[in-house]
Design a protein around this ligand. Structure first.
Ligand code: PMP
Length: 286
């Protein structure tokens, strides 16, 4: 399996990363995940822009231009024969000796970039049937807009949900739903779609941007407004969105059915619109 290591494509076994890398020592780094369908990237520009923006927010620079990165990524999925799958990209601050929380001048230490591929087919059955969720307090930091590799808050929340037999964790701060542990959270009430506005409390999901765009174009009312865990109890439909799961219905929350306890018509419509957007960039996927 080939991977990107800094600005080269190499065999995974050739990669050598120092144990003093600040990514390993401090989770001092950022990442992004982009998906390919039919061997073609979907929303590649948006994901590359977000990676550069996350890096800039922690005063890091990537060792190449956006164009160079896009070319490397395209070459990587070709070499690994990725038809439908995900590319995980990560940038860490590089070697930090002697250990010090404060980070050194970026010109003195080269950052470390890696990218790997995974084949992940679309799970249509799951997208039809939906998933279950459990509500967990959002205990993460206050810069959730940065796609940081420090994910303890997210992984502990998801683990909590899994222990309760649920697939995803819906996070809340003082009763206000922010997002899910690895996806954005949405609610539908009286045919209007609600999702948390961008800002420091959530990740600006690329899938969220695309869903907002296609919904508005189709004339479906959308509000980027906060909603509460109480609102969820009365919601007609609830769903989660991310690059990998697209628009995924949430049919049960804390063991209680949402609406009819199955995928609702608005989510189904959004799924269709999203697939059309994917097909415009990547060709037919059904
Ligand atoms: N929020 C969080 C916390 C996430 O981890 C993700 C997945 N990367 C998302 C939202 C959705 O982002 P995207 O649509 O860009 O995959």
């Amino acid at each position: 399996m080939k991977v990107i290591w800094n600005n080269e494509i190499v065999e995974r076994s050739e990669v050598k990363i120092d144990m003093e890398d600040r990514g390993y020592q401090f989770a001092d780094g950022v990442y992004d995940v982009v998906r390919a369908y039919n061997g073609k990237f979907f929303t590649l520009n948006e994901h590359v822009d977000r990676l550069f923006s996350s890096a800039e927010k922690i005063e890091m620079a990537l060792p190449f231009t956006k164009e160079e990165l896009k070319q490397l990524l395209s070459k990587l999925i070709q070499e690994n024969n990725i038809d439908t799958g995900n590319v995980y990209m990560q940038l860490t601050r590089g070697i930090g000796i002697p250990r010090n929380h404060s980070y050194p001048d970026s010109e003195l230490i080269p950052p470390v970039f890696t990218a790997t591929t995974t084949i992940v087919p679309r799970d249509q059955t799951k997208m039809d049937q939906g998933i279950t969720a459990f509500i967990v307090p959002d205990m993460r930091w206050l810069r959730c807009d940065i796609k940081s590799i420090s994910l303890l808050g997210n992984i502990m929340a998801k683990h909590e949900a899994h222990k309760k037999g649920c697939d995803e964790a819906i996070l809340h701060r003082d009763g206000v739903v922010t997002e899910c542990s690895s996806s954005n959270a949405w609610m539908i009430k009286n045919d209007t779609i609600y999702t948390h506005p961008d800002g420091n409390l959530i990740l600006p999901g690329i899938t969220k941007i695309m869903l907002l765009k296609v919904a508005r174009k189709a004339g479906i009312p959308v509000k980027e407004e906060v909603f509460t865990i109480k609102d969820l109890e009365e919601a007609d439909e609830v769903f989660a969105s991310s690059t990998t799961i697209e628009a995924m219905p949430i049919t049960h929350i804390n063991g209680n059915p949402v609406g009819q306890g199955k995928r609702g018509p608005v989510v189904e419509k959004l799924q269709q619109l999203y697939v059309e957007a994917v097909e415009e960039q990547c060709g037919q996927i059904r």
